[in-house]
Design a protein around this ligand. Structure first.
Ligand code: FES
Length: 264
């Protein structure tokens, strides 16, 4: 982990309110892993004061460039969307607990599932596995919200309104078409993660789920990103204990996904 000023290489629109940010990365900070994130400072002024997290969507082979996909939804991301190539961005990272890559023997039955902006970490994870590459299942509300990206061949597209690919959510695709045995990796909005956890419990699958959460410090010091533990014994910190959590958990750090899914 390191704090430094990264030069912006590109910052382009890829869908309505979605953008792709490419940055120069300092290899001395460490090579980011799928599921990890960095925090950025959107302004040198006091507003917004807090850093904002962005998940890595890819890292170059020499660790000199990284990519992130973000949605403009607030002042910090609005200011970020206005940054031009060549300008500097105050960065802290890499942060958080990454995905554990599947064993080669389980790769063929691994399912990588993303909803909405969760596509970034899942594309990164997909690029780091295999061959053989696992199946990729991507969900969007409508065809108009599918980003302009080179998606891997064979990607399953699901749209809520049926305007492209499978008509329905990624969870419905899994319920109807997934093999009996699967190893799940997921990233997306809370209701989707809650549904993936519930489906995994019914099917006896192991799932690695990456939570999206508001953050303040981003390094485990403020509890601003706390989510309830499934055993009722307090909270987990998404920034330091996650954002990737195993389900069921080998270390007791189970998020109460079902309760999380009811939080708007
Ligand atoms: Fe401060 Fe996670 S954002 S503990």
């Amino acid at each position: 982990m390191k704090q430094f000023v990264a030069s912006i290489i590109a910052n382009r629109s890829i869908a309505a309110e979605w953008r792709e940010l490419s940055l120069e990365w300092d290899p001395d900070a460490g090579r980011p892993q799928p599921g990890q994130f960095f925090s950025f400072r959107a302004s040198r002024a006091s507003d917004p004061l807090l850093r904002r997290p962005l998940a890595f969507a890819s890292v170059s082979a020499d660790s000199a460039r990284v990519r992130a996909i973000y949605q403009v939804r607030g002042l910090a991301t609005q200011l970020l969307s206005e940054e031009a190539p060549g300008s500097g961005l105050d960065i802290l990272g890499p942060l958080g607990r990454p995905f554990t890559l599947p064993e080669p023997a389980t790769q063929p039955r691994s399912l990588l599932v993303a909803g909405g902006i969760g596509i970034g970490p899942i594309l990164f994870l997909h690029s780091e596995i295999g061959p053989p590459r696992p199946s990729l299942v991507l969900g969007f509300r409508s065809v108009a919200l599918i980003p302009e990206l080179d998606l891997p061949e064979g990607s399953v597209i699901c749209t809520d309104d049926g305007t492209r690919g499978f008509h329905g959510s990624v969870v419905r695709w899994l319920e109807e078409l997934a093999p009996a045995e699967a190893r799940l990796f997921g990233c997306g909005p809370a209701p989707m993660l809650a549904a993936l956890a519930a489906l995994s419990r019914r099917r006896g699958w192991h799932a690695s789920l990456s939570a999206e959460q508001w953050m303040a410090c981003g390094v485990g010091a403020c509890m601003g990103c706390a989510l309830p533990r499934a055993d009722g014994a307090g909270y987990v910190r998404v920034c330091a204990d996650g954002p990737v959590f195993e389900y069921p958990s080998p270390d007791g750090l189970d998020v109460d996904w079902l309760r999380l899914g009811t939080v708007p």
